[in-house]
Design a binder for this molecule. Structure first.
Ligand code: 6PG
Length: 233
């Protein structure tokens, strides 16, 4: 792993390939969980959606511990039925959560099946009052993160709702629910995960200081990426 200097108000951890990225990131998440549980008795973690975190979640099955103290939330969700394999909650369940004893009451899925508006209003009442310990986020080719898309509302201002209903999203499905930018930033740490050459342009835009959702949410974040996604090779 090589660490690049802070650019775009983020630090960049580059791994030679996706497997190394997965291993190091899973280890870092477990280290943070242990520290939070020892210090405060609980670990409040926000999960990233999409495909990139899938391998990391699977790697946590054998590496994680003290599962009774993990509390999980989602950064965003797609307005699809709960059993739909395209749901971010289904992905996490299938590769990780069904294999570990995290108490069900501490796994907070976004009720996106209710429709974006109702689900957003409901989820805002479920979020903890305190800041998260760790927020995991992906990044899209257009620089979006969670379901905060260029040209749409990002919820940077703390007077905006903590959870946003998202309509006409440019990435299917069009109806989504997303934590707002300010609520995602209410975290002790923020980790972005990016793998593959498809993410190069978005990461290059971030490093150039362009106004993209990932960069605005990612102030002070750590970006975990593989060499294929690194825009400066
Ligand atoms: C979603 C995600 C979204 C995702 C990026 C990257 O529900 O679609 O939360 O923000 O993280 O689009 O997706 P991939 O990891 O699949 O490239």
């Amino acid at each position: 792993m090589s660490t690049e200097p802070i650019v775009g108000a983020a630090s960049w951890h580059i791994h030679p390939e996706a497997q190394a990225l997965t291993r190091h990131l899973a280890r870092a998440i477990v280290r943070m969980a242990d520290a939070a549980i020892t210090a405060r008795g609980a670990f409040h973690l926000v999960l990233a959606g999409g495909n990139t975190p899938r391998a990391v979640y699977a790697a946590l099955v054998s590496r994680g511990r003290r599962w009774d103290a993990w509390h999980l939330y989602h950064g965003d969700e797609r307005c699809l039925p709960p059993q739909n394999p395209q749901r971010n909650s289904r992905m996490a369940e299938s590769v990780w959560l069904q294999h570990v004893p995290i108490p069900r009451a501490q796994i907070h899925d976004i009720p996106a099946e209710m429709g974006a508006e109702a689900a957003a209003a409901t989820y805002a009442t479920i979020l903890p009052p305190q800041r998260f310990d760790l927020v995991l986020l992906g990044i899209g080719e257009d620089g979006h993160t969670a379901s905060l898309f260029p040209g749409q509302q990002w919820g940077l201002d703390p007077t905006t709702p903590a959870v946003l209903a998202v309509h006409n999203a440019p990435k299917a499905p069009a109806e989504r629910v997303s934590l707002s930018a300010w609520r995602l930033q209410q975290s002790r740490e923020i980790f972005f995960i990016a793998a593959g050459s498809g993410k190069r342009d978005a990461l290059a835009a971030w490093r150039r200081g362009e106004e993209i959702p990932a960069a605005r949410v990612g102030v002070g974040a750590t970006v975990w990426l593989d060499a294929a996604a690194w825009p400066e090779t």
